[in-house]
Ligand binder design. Structure first.
Ligand code: HEC
Ligand code: HEC
Length: 333
């Protein structure tokens, strides 16, 4: 074997220990068997703006499946044009994250789904409003009965969350060049992407971003080596500290999952960095205390671009028509 082939083998072996490919089948989730009926219902709920008080904001408003599962940024705009404090993370491959939100405060997607419906800066609705709305349209009631066949009155907020979770579990993006590489195709990455992968490992990025989502698996300080500017790390948002109250968790965030990262600028929880190149340079400086050359940054960006997978084809759902019993929209704050 040539020394180049040896080096290729070594890199692939190391990469396979650190990262895992996105599977091509929908993964199982805890306490919620995924069925076709739940997925179909969850998809409708994901796109239905009538779950919000204004009836104009759906999950898809902020997690637009046409734009990488995120909104325009920098941070999300919700009910009454209010701007929330954080950037919307993507729903694509979210099922593989250790926990949900930048600070991991929701254990899983069903726990997560109940939050935005009720958050005043997001959809500003109540569980009662949602249940009343769904019950007002018999097509919805029928779909809940089919999705939860053993329950006497299946139109519940819990089942809304379970259905959305089932749909979100289908939002996986397999077959990125990097997945093909991990599955053994040494030519799936070009030379620059391989150089970037090598740097990503050797410089230490992979000590925080690893596993199936190349991140999303654990928590680290944003500013492990050097504190970012307050524009990138606003002092009011102390990250995981709000969840655990442990002083060591101040300004700790979940290592951002890097799957499809090239599709979803702006970056970081503050959403202030608009180029991936700059985001990589910021990471090198704040997390590793390293100054990378322009070429090194370009190589890493080329590697990150190899994390863009095949997005599922999603047919826009036709939603049940409102009835006289459907609550009216409200713009009141
Ligand atoms: C107004 C914008 C907005 C709406 C509407 C919204 N979200 Fe979000 N979503 C966000 C923001 C911002 C975050 C990050 C909040 C945080 O970390 O504190 C988030 C986080 C998430 C996450 C966590 C992803 C991860 O990797 O941690 C999921 C999943 C999610 N939302 C799904 C939904 C679903 C399902 C709905 C509809 C029921 C919804 N969102 C409605 C803005 C929104
Ligand atoms: C000490 C752990 C650590 C190291 C080392 C690290 N990161 Fe990060 N990375 C994080 C955390 C935590 C975040 C989320 C920061 C936040 O709160 O916005 C993040 C965010 C990112 C983002 C933004 C993604 C998004 O969706 O907004 C990119 C890109 C990124 N890292 C790439 C890298 C690269 C490239 C390297 C190596 C040069 C690296 N990281 C090194 C922990 C780390």
């Amino acid at each position: 074997m040539s020394s180049q082939a040896n080096a290729d083998d070594d890199l692939m072996n190391v990469a396979r220990q650190l990262f895992k490919p996105i599977p091509s089948v929908v993964p199982a989730v805890k306490d919620n068997p995924i069925t076709h009926e739940k997925i179909e219902l969850g998809k409708m709920l994901f796109f239905d703006p009538r779950l919000s008080a204004s009836e104009i904001i759906s999950c898809n408003s902020c997690h637009n499946l046409s734009t990488g599962g995120v909104d325009a940024g920098p941070t999300s705009v919700g009910h009454g044009w209010q701007q929330g404090p954080r950037r919307a993370p993507t729903v694509y491959n979210a099922v593989f994250n250790v926990a949900q939100f930048w600070d991991g405060r929701a254990a899983d997607l069903k726990a997560q789904a109940k939050g935005p419906v009720q958050a005043s800066v997001e959809m500003n609705a109540t569980p009662d409003h949602v249940i009343k709305t769904l019950n007002s349209m018999t097509d919805y009631v029928f779909m809940f009965q089919k999705a939860f066949p053993n329950e006497a009155s299946p139109v519940t907020f819990d089942n809304v969350a379970k259905s959305i979770e089932a749909f979100e579990a289908t939002l996986i993006t397999p077959a990125a060049p990097f997945d093909q590489y991990l599955e053994g195709d040494v030519n799936a990455l070009d030379d620059q992407q391989k150089a970037g992968l090598k740097l990503f490992i050797e410089k230490g990025c992979s000590s925080c971003h690893n596993g199936i989502n190349v991140g999303g698996q654990d928590y680290f300080p944003f500013g492990a080596s050097e504190r970012p500017s307050t524009a990138l790390l606003p002092t009011a948002d102390k990250g995981r500290f709000a969840v655990t109250k442990a002083p060591t968790d101040e300004y700790v965030f979940r290592a951002a999952p890097l799957r499809n990262v090239a599709l979803r600028a702006p970056y970081f929880h503050s959403g202030q960095v608009w180029s991936l190149k700059q985001a990589v340079a910021v990471m090198a400086q704040t997390q590793l205390g390293a100054k990378l050359s322009d070429k090194e940054v370009d190589d890493i960006v080329a590697f990150l671009e190899s994390l863009t997978g095949q997005l599922p084809k999603i047919e826009y759902p036709i939603l049940p028509t409102r009835t006289d019993a459907t609550p009216y929209p409200s713009l009141a704050k």
